[in-house]
Design a protein around this ligand. Structure first.
Ligand code: ADP
Length: 479
């Protein structure tokens, strides 16, 4: 297992101290990892800046760059089992999630962006000026700082890394301090694939390491996924130094279950949509607006299904729900469950940490509240734990207003058999993504990101190519 950092093609413990990364299923220390200092960050950024203009990377022809990304995808796929187990060990997500979703999605992202490398075109335009030709080209930005969260450490990193490399940038990665191991292993595979030294650097550490990266004058862009508060701080700092910035932040996704919805399909989709990765998903369905006439039926079925999920160590193949990532997340979830109770919501299932053999890990029971009101904090604030809130609504005309009555706008779901109602709501809801009659889907080809306090910019699809390039206009005189 790699526990040192990759800076300029060298594996190093850096110039600072170390910090532990834990197995959330047991609370035990897996490994000690370096805490990168400002000096380490500076060395990594300078290495990335030098690699950007080096013949080995900057001079690489597009077809060769595409082949490198395909090679990374192949290596990741060859090591999929190992990578999934590492992710589960460090993050807690069940193997069903890491092996079934996170790693394959990361592989597909590398392949998808390998495909784009040879298709990043500009335009020619007919200017209303005599005797000139005009064309635009897309150029890479330079050194990009990629700061990632702990909920899907490998997959979310690759959402940034694959397009950043496809467009010819170099990167310094700062993985979340809770879950650094899969990023380090990926960096090793990238090295093995033949990506030149300095193109991909990884510095491990906490917020101070992240801050040093955001402040660094040679960094041209920051791509961040994480909490809204941290996103605001990063956005402000990028404003000061005029770096480009993409922010994928928190969410409080509404899921609307119309009177005509297929309740059993909605229960199943919302169960998975709400509890995937124990609710530690920025697009988790967390507030369910159910027609008042069907509220009790939906809530009881949802609670029954949630209560029957198997909680356990993610490494056990039968586990449905793993632990939360840390003691902090357990404390946060516990606090919100207490708030829900005090505010008068009806607790149908869960609400506690399990005891017995799971007591030493960071586990929390899947929890369903019914009869939740719009003004309750469990209906308004991001919990990032396995807590689902069911709210009755009386009038379908108020649905868009209820869904939009939130600081966030990352994602939403609509369950209805009436295609007209579903599509009208999809247009009215302010969210970066709307899923109709399905749990969350993600695909490298579908743009991803948030409105309002859920962020700035889009990842995936062509949008990510734009996010990692700048347009240059070139005019040529005929004379
Ligand atoms: P959470 O609060 O959910 O643990 P954060 O959004 O604070 O998550 O952290 C997400 C990522 O951002 C992590 O890699 C973390 O180390 C990093 N980070 C936290 N604070 C800052 C900051 N002020 N500047 C740069 N990176 C930061």
């Amino acid at each position: 297992m790699r526990t040192d950092m990759l800076i300029d093609g060298e594996w190093t413990t850096g110039s600072g101290t170390t910090f532990p990364t834990l197995n959330p299923a047991t609370g035990e220390v897996i490994a000690e990892v370096p805490e990168a200092t400002e000096t380490d960050v500076d060395t990594a950024v300078r290495a990335a800046a030098a690699a950007f203009t080096s013949p080995a990377w900057g001079g690489l022809l597009p077809a060769a760059r595409a082949r490198l990304l395909l090679r990374v995808a192949d290596l990741l796929e060859e090591h999929a089992d190992e990578m999934a187990r590492l992710e589960t060990l460090d993050q807690g997500q069940p193997l069903q999630v890491s092996a079934g979703f996170s790693v394959p999605n990361a592989v597909e992202h590398f392949r998808y962006y390998a495909g784009w490398v040879t298709k990043i075109t500009g335009v020619t335009a007919p200017l209303s000026i005599p005797d000139v030709d005009y064309r635009s080209v897309r150029e890479p930005l330079g050194v990009c700082g990629l700061i990632t969260p702990w909920n899907f450490p490998l997959m979310i990193l690759v959402w940034k890394l694959a397009p950043a490399l496809a467009t010819g940038n170099t990167v310094v990665i700062k993985p979340a301090e809770q879950t650094p191991l899969s990023a380090l292993r990926l960096a090793e595979l990238i090295e093995e694939a033949g990506v030149p030294a300095g193109v991909v650097n990884v510095v491990t550490g906490g917020p101070e390491t992240g801050r040093a990266l955001v402040r660094h004058p040679l960094v041209k862009k920051i791509s961040f996924t994480g909490s809204t508060g941290t996103g605001r701080e990063i956005g402000a700092e990028c404003g000061r130094t005029l770096k480009k910035v993409s922010l994928e932040l928190g969410g409080k996704a509404p899921s609307v279950i119309a009177a005509d919805a297929d309740i059993d399909a909605a229960v199943q989709g919302n169960l998975l949509g709400g509890l995937l990765n124990s609710g530690q998903v920025c697009a988790a369905y967390t507030r369910f607006y159910v027609d008042a006439g069907r509220h009790d039926e939906f809530a009881e079925k949802l609670a029954g299904a949630a209560g029957s999920l198997r909680l356990g160590d993610g490494l056990h193949p039968e586990t449905h729900l793993g632990p939360l990532v840390s003691a902090e997340q357990v404390a946060q979830t516990t606090r919100y469950v207490g708030l829900g109770r005090r505010e008068g919501a009806e607790l149908l299932t869960g609400g506690n940490r399990p005891d017995g053999e799971l007591a030493s890990g960071f586990f929390f029971e899947p929890t369903v509240f019914a009869g939740v009101r719009q003004d309750m904090r469990i209906a308004r604030e991001e919990i990032f734990g396995p807590v689902l809130a069911v709210l009755p609504y009386e009038d379908p005309e108020e649905l868009a207003g209820l869904a939009n009555d939130s600081a966030y706008g990352l994602a939403a779901a609509i369950w209805s058999r009436d295609i007209g109602t579903a599509n009208r709501l999809a247009r009215e809801i302010k969210a970066g993504t709307v899923w109709i009659n399905m749990m969350q889907g993600l695909d490298a080809a579908a743009a991803w990101g948030g409105m309002k306090s859920s962020g700035l910019g889009r990842e995936m699809g062509w949008a990510a190519i734009e996010a990692y390039t700048e347009i240059k206009s070139i005019w040529t005189s005929h004379n």
